[in-house]
Design a protein around this ligand. Structure first.
Ligand SMILES: O=C[C@H](O)COP(=O)(O)O
Length: 250
């Protein structure tokens, strides 16, 4: 039985005070018992969020990215050890917004994963195709390549705590959602690629989340699919009641 996980990626939203209100509202509400929640606020909020969730069962903290160096003269960058020192245990890597707005390719994502692992920071690795790639039937090839150039280059021991998030780029923030069948088909394919590069047991235990306009209204159908283990939620994670309604949709 794989873990059920719902992660909220706040992206570049909320001031410190708005973020405090959001995390306090999440903590104040009743949470589904068998679901792990992960919150990924901006870097500036990590310590504050960690203080609010301190001692709460089933809620973990993540950054939205990290830099690939340990420390040094890299103005504006944030190293994995700094993130760990806030109490965060995860970082999102390879998000399509990092790939498109910050020109990050698979090689960069691989280096960032290596840096994160070396500090004991666990990784939520995002993969997913763009609309034009799906339209010409390249979506499986693109996702396979993203996996083979990142997680598949690590040993099973290094990669054992990775959470995968399939995010079709055409569904992110657009209101368009992959159908439950499209999501399940791709998640099954992802598991096959992982099995070929690691083994069946590894592929069976790795959580694969869906991301892309997942909301209270469609989460139940998506989460009922055999290969969908939860969601990476953007816009709908900015309202505590929506985020928790999604978490209650298994
Ligand atoms: O990280 C989250 C995904 O990019 C999904 O964002 P969205 O729920 O706003 O479409």
């Amino acid at each position: 039985m794989r873990k059920k996980i719902v992660a909220g990626n706040w992206k570049m939203n909320t001031t410190l005070e708005e973020g405090r209100r959001l995390i306090e509202a999440i903590v104040d509400q009743e949470k589904p018992e068998d679901v792990t929640l992960i919150v990924a606020p901006p870097y500036t909020h990590l310590s504050m969020v960690n203080n609010v969730i301190d001692g709460q069962e089933g809620i973990l903290l993540s950054s939205q990215d990290c830099y690939l160096k340990e420390s040094g003269a890299y103005t504006g960058a944030v190293a994995p050890a700094m993130i760990r020192s806030t109490g965060a245990t995860y970082t999102i890597l390879g998000h399509s917004e990092r790939r498109s707005y910050f020109q990050e390719d698979n090689a960069t994502v691989f280096q960032k994963m290596r840096a994160a692992f070396s500090e004991g920071l666990k990784v939520i690795l995002c993969i997913g195709e763009k609309l034009d790639q799906r339209e010409v039937g390249d979506h499986f090839k693109v996702v396979q390549n993203q996996l083979e150039e990142t997680i598949c280059k690590f040993s099973a021991k290094e990669g054992k705590d990775v959470i995968l998030a399939y995010e079709p780029v055409w569904a992110i923030g657009t209101g368009k959602t992959a159908t439950a069948d499209q999501a399940n088909e791709m998640h099954g394919f992802i598991r096959e690629v992982i099995a070929q590069n690691f083994d069946n047991q590894f592929a069976e235990q790795i959580p694969v989340l869906y991301g892309g306009s997942c909301k209270p209204g469609n989460a139940k159908e998506l989460f009922s699919q055999s290969n969908v283990d939860g969601g990476l939620i953007g816009g709908a994670s900015l309202k505590a009641e929506d985020f928790l309604a999604i978490a209650g949709s298994f």
